[in-house]
Design a protein around this ligand. Structure first.
Ligand code: GMT
Length: 393
């Protein structure tokens, strides 16, 4: 390897700053890259939720959005592209790595084309899930996503399943690098006993669910499943909600789950709650990976989850968790009930889950794969965009 190959990189990262898996993953990646000596510049309308403050080589550049009277809908893509071009130029960025295609990949390729050829950064697009599975199918977005992928220097997906879906839905025939998600747990800030006391839990088993509660997460099935769990085993369902839980309070009451469900919104120290959990439940309809499952695995907490999308790449069924056909509350409840009643089995699955998380999905395994991709892309000749086949022929 020559010196240039191992030199630190200058990277621009873009993600949604809200509590969503793609933003959480991008924030963790940025922090890890900065800790490994690279210079990392986040660009976006808000500082990402889990991005650590005051770390060397980690910067945030806000994009200001003007709500001009003429616009019915404020535009973010153009100011983002201008800011990306400015930051690239000012800091000599090698590469822009955008997480979630819409609108970040389009903004990045526009930023690149605004700059003189000699200083154009490469563009890496990471697809996270609904940018392919939902927006990719939308005729108002699909061709723009296909075009942005065709113009990206490299494309990654967070699971092999999402790579297959991307080829199928977006007719993408470019190479796709599958790089699974990772998690790097911070030490909890409180003890397990302290967290359980805060939750008002005494001898009950904690079933955890963490998500942004969007419709694909199927919070309806989550609550219906809880309503079928046995009453002779002490348990509580702890929901860590990335968004407001208010829309679901009526369902909790209707299902008579008021004394079983405990909600915490937008928690900053998720590790505190992960260490207190005994089981986790994910009833998603689609899921390219499901970072929530992985976070629980790092704390030896096995999940019962839908057998959909990339989840079978995370959980080995009946070894490091339980996979259940999607959509049947009775099936999720049966799997959970078995585990609630069987501490030895729960512990065995938990141990296997933690081992798998550390061996396959730790920062030390995954981050070097992104670094290798960046170096490969930087070393390659710039793409010839004039030879691209048009997204709208
Ligand atoms: O695709 C989405 O729904 C958004 C995205 C997010 O930002 O929350 O979630 C996706 O990305 C996560 C991180 O890679 C994955 O763990 C989630 O499985 C995935 N969600 C879906 O595929 C529904």
């Amino acid at each position: 390897m020559c010196a240039a190959d191992s030199a630190p990189l200058k990277l621009g990262l873009v993600c949604y700053p809200s509590v969503g898996g793609s933003g959480i993953l991008a924030s963790a990646l940025g922090a890890e890259l900065a800790a490994r000596g690279h210079e990392v510049h986040f660009v976006g309308y808000e500082r990402p939720f889990r991005l650590p403050l005051d770390r060397p080589r980690l910067f945030f550049h806000p994009v200001s959005i003007n709500d001009y009277g003429l616009f019915k809908y404020p535009d973010y893509t153009l100011p983002l592209s201008v800011k990306l071009a400015e930051v690239s130029r000012a800091h000599g960025l090698d590469l822009l790595h955008v997480h979630y295609a819409v609108p970040h990949a389009t903004a990045a390729i526009l930023a690149r084309s605004m700059l003189p050829r000699a200083i154009r950064p490469r563009v890496v697009t990471t697809l996270h899930g609904t940018d392919t599975t939902l927006l990719g199918r939308d005729p108002g977005y699909g061709p723009a996503i296909s075009h942005a992928l065709a113009c990206s220097d490299a494309i990654t997906t967070v699971s092999a399943d999402l790579a297959r879906e991307t080829r199928r839905v977006l007719h993408c025939d470019r190479p796709i690098d599958v790089i699974h998600n990772f998690f790097d747990p911070r030490p909890p800030t409180r003890s397990r006993a302290e967290v359980r006391a805060e939750l008002g839990v005494t001898d009950e088993l904690i079933i955890l669910h963490s998500s942004n509660l969007r419709p694909v997460k199927r919070p309806d099935l989550l609550l219906q499943t809880a309503a079928l769990l046995p009453s002779d085993v002490p348990w509580k369902l702890v929901i860590l909600a990335g968004e407001s839980f208010a829309p679901f309070c009526a369902a909790v009451e209707a299902l008579r789950l008021g004394d079983r469900v405990i909600v915490r919104e937008k928690v900053r120290h998720i590790e505190d709650y992960l260490q207190a959990a005994d089981l986790a439940l994910f009833t998603s309809q689609t899921e390219s990976f499901c970072l929530g499952i992985l976070e629980a695995m790092f704390f030896a907490c096995p999940s019962v989850a839908s057998r959909v999308g990339g989840i079978p790449e995370v959980i080995v069924d009946e070894v490091s968790g339980m996979l259940v056909p999607f959509g049947e509350p009775a099936a999720y409840a049966a799997a959970l009930t078995d585990l609630l009643r069987d501490p030895a089995r729960r512990a065995a699955l938990g141990r296997a889950a933690e081992q798998r998380a550390r061996e396959c999905f730790s920062a030390d395994v995954i981050v070097p794969r992104y670094e290798a991709l960046y170096r490969r892309v930087r070393a390659a000749a710039p793409m010839d965009f004039d030879s691209l086949s048009p997204a709208i022929p």
